[in-house]
Design a protein around this ligand. Structure first.
Ligand code: CO
Length: 683
């Protein structure tokens, strides 16, 4: 295993673009790669904010808005300029460089959205956030845990359970959600519905030992415990559920076992002696014929912009902006500690802020190019995650093959894919978010789910109804992971349309006398409400985004299709709180005309939001989505009925979808991939 870190691929930072000048000229005509230097107009409009720019925004906000000591900066990120500014940008073009900040005043409980012009050095937008709370920041996790552990009432509840060593107690600040029966006095407070675990020793996996029946309501503004809800005394499960090297070895030693790891693994080395095939300039990436730009923000994490493919002597646009815009984890257990447990990992916590630094581990194999994530902590200081984004190439088996069995002529090509990814730790769970680019023009989005399941304690001897007992007296509740990817499409330009394509049997008649015929039935989705659709594997259903004005050689409108993968529907009741708050989960496909304000499918601030916002609200107007600048939202649902094999740490579960060209090209775009190099020659 070889990871390239600081000193090799990482520096000097922006490596020069190495492709021929002629091609660069053609590329800039559509999607402009940029050169990053000091003057604002030379910074590409989509280049993430630098540390200096973040500090500048903080300073401007503090002085202009007289922000006191108890103000938290929940997020400070690039305020993305208008599409036109980006698409018409050339180095030297003037535009307004802006930061977007979410500010929380712990003293007053007020929360605000701010726009800071770094060009004018002033606050140009300032708006209160009402009816909801900004996301819970990472600093608040730690402050909340400390506040709960210091509470005498909480300590008394633990004493009743025989727990006295507070250093072993862990408190997870779950978002509070929104429930009709919450006390009226909670209204307007910034809440966490915190849950508790206890390690048996330092380094032990606390999720093996839930302190069930105990819920702590915390006011995150005052960082005080509002109340301790001590519902029932469930015994804390005792058996360890360890997975770290140290703990496995120490547990094995206690049991008299000497060999803890299997011993028959031989090394696999991935080497690229001539280096990777991609080039990077700032955050602009070119690999094979793919072009795109990398961005990152605390809420969505990795964002890809201006994805295009070099073809016919130019870069043909495909997607203007792609990101995971929301994800929701509804829990399906009626138990008292579990029934209000839901998480919006994007909108309530921010998967970007929770990204792993990949510096020390080797999460990716091969020649790695890392990108850092530069953000602010809640005090407005720079919070940098080194190597947050990993980019590398992977061999991906066979790209295409044919043997002429008469002549024994064999043609085979190896497939290679470019991987751009990051991994977030959201409390107990890990999510790996992976974009793959293929040589045949396909794009794949894949989420890898791993980490540790959240747990509860079994009461009595009955098997739990809404979960799986994974160790004696310990169970993992049923839940779902629902992801919504926002795709601001740009198939060969901004004016696109969407078709639903079902495969249907032709009727048995004179034209189809043998009854064997079937055909692709295409239905144009004309309005927002017509475009609220579900997957249908029995009709081999897919959705095709086309540019009706651009045709390939054979006269078909050029397009890309969403090829669904695993999917399902939520099981929560339509009247449940979570279905009101995450209504987007009800449909797999949504299409909306582009609106710069419509970014998040469950609304801008899902935290403590009563619901109804986002996609269900926007599409009430039932606007036309025909031949216009449109945004496609694809929702996919990974259902998780826990297995004993998911414990103590889950083997990766994969979920996602593909975007595949449909008559976008004139023929297989990968037919020009050369045979493998001589030393790997296979025939
Ligand atoms: Co799960």
């Amino acid at each position: 295993m070889r990871c390239i870190e600081n000193g090799t691929l990482r520096s000097p930072l922006p490596s020069p673009i190495m492709h021929p000048k002629s091609l660069l000229g053609l590329m800039t005509a559509i999607y402009n790669p940029s050169a990053e230097t000091a003057s604002p107009s030379a910074i590409h409009p989509l280049e993430p904010l630098s540390a200096d720019e973040i500090l500048q925004a903080v300073a401007i906000l503090k002085s202009e808005k007289n922000l006191g000591d108890r103000v938290r900066f929940i997020s400070i990120t690039l305020n993305e300029p208008a599409k036109d500014t980006v698409l018409h940008y050339a180095p030297g073009t003037d535009y307004e460089r802006e930061a977007f900040a979410v500010v929380l005043d712990n003293a007053t409980g007020g929360a605000y959205e701010a726009i800071v012009s770094l060009t004018q050095e002033s606050v140009t937008g300032w708006q209160p956030i009402s009816g909801a709370q900004p996301p819970i920041a990472l600093d608040e996790f730690l402050d909340c845990e400390a506040a709960v552990k210091a509470s005498p009432e909480f300590q008394a509840a633990l004493h009743r359970r025989g727990i006295t060593d507070m250093s072993l107690v862990c408190v997870d600040p779950w978002s509070a959600g929104w429930y009709k029966d919450d006390p009226a006095s909670d209204q307007g407070l910034r809440l966490s519905r915190a849950l508790c675990w206890v390690r048996s020793a330092p380094g032990d996996n606390q999720y093996a030992h839930p302190v069930d029946g105990l819920i702590v309501m915390v006011d995150l503004n005052s960082m005080t415990v509002l109340r301790v809800e001590d519902h029932e005394l469930r015994p804390v499960p005792a058996e360890p559920g360890n997975y770290t090297i140290e703990m496995i070895q120490s547990d094995a030693l206690k049991a008299g076992v000497t060999e803890v790891f299997r011993t028959d693994l031989k090394p696999i080395e991935i080497t690229q002696p001539e280096g990777p095939s991609f080039t990077v300039e700032g955050h602009q990436v070119r690999w094979q014929k793919w072009n795109f730009r990398i961005g990152f923000n605390p809420r969505e994490g990795l964002v890809l912009y201006t994805i295009g493919y070099e073809d016919q002597g130019r870069v043909r646009p495909i997607i203007y902006r792609a990101s995971l815009a929301e994800m929701t984890v509804p829990y399906g257990d009626a138990g008292i500690t579990q029934c209000r447990k839901n998480a919006f990992d994007v909108g309530e916590y921010g998967v970007g802020a929770l990204a792993n630094p990949l510096k020390l581990g080797c999460d990716c194999l091969g020649e790695i190019r890392y990108f850092d994530a530069v953000m602010a902590n809640t005090r407005g200081e720079i919070f940098e995650i080194e190597n947050a984004i990993c980019m590398h190439e992977e061999d991906f088996g066979i790209l295409w093959k044919h043997t002429d069995w008469r002549t024994n002529q064999v043609e085979v090509r190896r497939s290679r894919r470019l991987v751009v990814s990051f991994i977030a730790t959201v409390g107990n769970y890990e999510y790996g978010f992976f974009w793959y680019f293929y040589q045949d023009g396909s794009i794949q989005y894949e989420v890898k789910l791993t980490g540790i399941m959240v747990t509860a304690a079994v009461l009595g001897t009955e098997k739990p109804e809404y979960g799986t007992e994974i160790m004696p007296q310990l169970y993992a509740p049923n839940h779902q992971h629902v992801f919504c990817v926002r795709l601001d499409m740009a198939i060969d330009g901004q004016q696109n349309s969407v078709y639903e394509v079902d495969t249907e049997p032709a009727p048995l008649n004179d034209q189809n006398p043998y009854g064997n015929a079937f055909y692709a039935k295409q239905t144009l989705l004309k309005t927002e409400q017509e475009a609220q659709r579900l997957v249908d594997p029995f009709k081999a259903r897919y959705w095709k985004i086309v540019n009706p004005s651009v045709h390939n050689r054979m006269g078909y409108p050029v397009g890309y299709k969403i090829a669904p993968g695993e999917n399902g529907l939520p099981f929560a009741h339509p009247e449940s709180s979570i279905m009101q708050r995450a209504g987007y989960m009800d449909k797999h496909l949504w299409v909306t005309p582009y609106d710069s304000k419509e970014r998040f499918p469950a609304g801008d601030y899902p935290n403590q939001n009563a619901g109804g916002e986002g996609l269900p609200a926007w599409t009430q107007a039932n606007e036309s989505i025909e031949n216009t600048d449109l945004v496609v939202w694809y929702t996919f649902n990974h259902n998780h009925i826990p297995r004993c094999e998911d414990w103590p740490v889950m083997p990766v579960a994969y979920t996602g979808f593909m975007l595949k060209p449909v008559n976008f090209f004139d023929l297989n775009p990968a037919h020009d991939v050369p045979p493998s190099a001589a030393k790997h020659k296979c025939h």
